[in-house]
Ligand binder design. Structure first.
Ligand SMILES: [Zn+2]
Length: 230
């Protein structure tokens, strides 16, 4: 029933895959370009994040350096901001843009922004669902209980899709808050707005691709379920 050689599967999978690849290329190119452009304020990503957090009264939220490329994130459990070495130390439009975006998540947390809280609540559920997914698939296949396995897999996929759906506005809102603070505090200048927007828009596009991919796979699974009922 789950057949990678099923052409219908690829009909649903390919658009998401292509969109994902395109988004990654766009992000690599925008990030690559603007991580070569020095920011006029001379601030590093870490310093820009510190400015934004301190101005919001979040002096207790630390900004730490972590390894990896584009591994930047805000951890709501630790209430801490983690920036990749490139963005932590970089004094570029890209580094400051990404650092401000992650600070935007800290601002959402502080403001108890509704969707941010929903997303946070969905994290453990989604982690469980994606961990259980493969186990159920293998177990179902081994026991020949494909019908039950299919229903459970659809449920886990629905959870993941819901998570992607909630993530999208949260990401756009973090970027909106980031830009607002960057310009209000004078951390980037007028002529650097385009660069910041291009990097953050390209990053957001990867979340759009993830959502489209998840929705299409869910639709595929639902068509399988319909087919198996006949
Ligand atoms: Zn984000």
């Amino acid at each position: 029933m789950f057949n990678l050689f099923d052409p219908v599967y690829w009909l649903f999978a390919i658009p998401g895959l292509l969109l994902g690849i395109w988004a990654q290329i766009k992000l690599s190119s925008a990030y690559g370009k603007y991580s070569q452009v020095p920011v006029e304020s001379g601030l590093s990503g870490a310093e820009a994040a510190r400015e934004i957090l301190d101005h919001a009264g979040l002096t207790n939220v630390p900004v730490e350096e972590i390894p990896g490329r584009l591994s930047d994130h805000y951890d709501p459990m630790k209430r801490a901001l983690f920036l990749s070495s490139d963005d932590f130390n970089g004094r570029t439009v890209a580094a400051v843009g990404v650092a401000a975006h992650e600070s935007g998540h800290a601002l959402q947390h502080q403001a108890a922004y509704g969707l941010f809280n929903v997303r946070m609540a969905l994290v453990p559920v989604t982690q469980f669902a994606s961990a259980a997914y493969l186990g159920i698939f293998v177990l179902g296949a081994l026991m020949g209980l494909m019908k039950i396995a299919l229903i459970i897999i659809i449920a886990t996929f629905a959870v993941t899709t819901l998570f992607q759906l909630v993530t999208l506005p949260v990401e756009y809102d973090a970027s909106r808050r980031a830009k607002e603070q960057l310009f209000r505090l004078g951390l980037v200048h007028e002529d650097e707005r385009t660069g910041v927007s291009k990097v953050l828009d390209a990053a957001a596009l990867t979340y759009v691709a993830a959502l489209v991919s998840a929705v299409l796979q869910l639709i595929y699974l639902l068509t399988l379920a319909r087919g198996s009922r006949r």
